[in-house]
Design a binder for this molecule. Structure first.
Ligand SMILES: CC(C)(COP(=O)(O)OP(=O)(O)OC[C@H]1O[C@@H](n2cnc3c(N)ncnc32)[C@H](O)[C@@H]1OP(=O)(O)O)[C@@H](O)C(=O)NCCC(=O)NCCS
Length: 149
């Protein structure tokens, strides 16, 4: 039987859990980065764009996003998913999908019709995840330039 999962808006005291999930996913611990990022989210972003998932009375997943108006020549307001992470011990239980269901339904409530994200083209897991929850490859092309350091 799957455990209950509760999705809510991000809070400042979610910092240790988010740092820990990223650390156990990537091996990199970035507390000062996440502290700033959470402060920024709390201060200037719509609250519905940054969410956490709780199960067993602890944070087991998060998503950070934002909403932008008339960006990159796109009409209206669009939502962006910038980073999503689920605790490795809680993956494949529908938590990532639940986080993005809540994100999408809040975006709809705010009159937003399109959600964007960017993934590494070699990351087939992320590709499968986003495809499974209804995303498909878009029309925009990503450009980049490498600078001398
Ligand atoms: C991608 C990620 C968010 C998915 O979270 P999750 O809670 O495990 O996903 P769900 O259980 O909601 O999966 C929904 C569907 O996506 C697909 N899916 C999920 N993870 C997948 C994977 N690793 N490979 C292939 N398909 C996957 C499955 O089809 C799944 O549906 P199903 O279980 O009915 O088959 C999670 O694996 C993750 O956090 N990965 C690391 C991402 C990262 O590097 N973030 C930055 C640092 S924290």
């Amino acid at each position: 039987m799957s455990k209950p999962v509760y999705i809510r808006n991000l809070r400042q005291d979610d910092l240790p859990a988010i740092v820990d999930i990223e650390d156990r996913t990537t091996g990199v611990s970035r507390k000062p980065y996440w502290q700033k990022r959470i402060e920024m989210s709390e201060a200037i972003r719509p609250h519905w764009t940054s969410l956490v998932a709780e199960s067993d009375n602890r944070v087991v997943g998060f998503v950070f996003g934002r909403a932008g108006e008339l960006e990159f020549g796109l009409p209206g307001t669009v939502a962006w998913i910038e980073i999503i992470g689920v605790d490795p011990a809680y993956r494949h239980c529908g938590i990532g999908a639940k986080l993005l269901e809540q994100f999408s339904s809040s975006a709809e409530d705010h009159g937003i019709q399109t959600i964007f994200t960017v993934i590494d083209k070699n990351n087939t897991d992320m590709e499968r995840f986003f495809t499974r929850i209804g995303f498909s490859e878009g029309e925009m092309v990503h450009f980049q330039k490498t600078l001398k350091t």
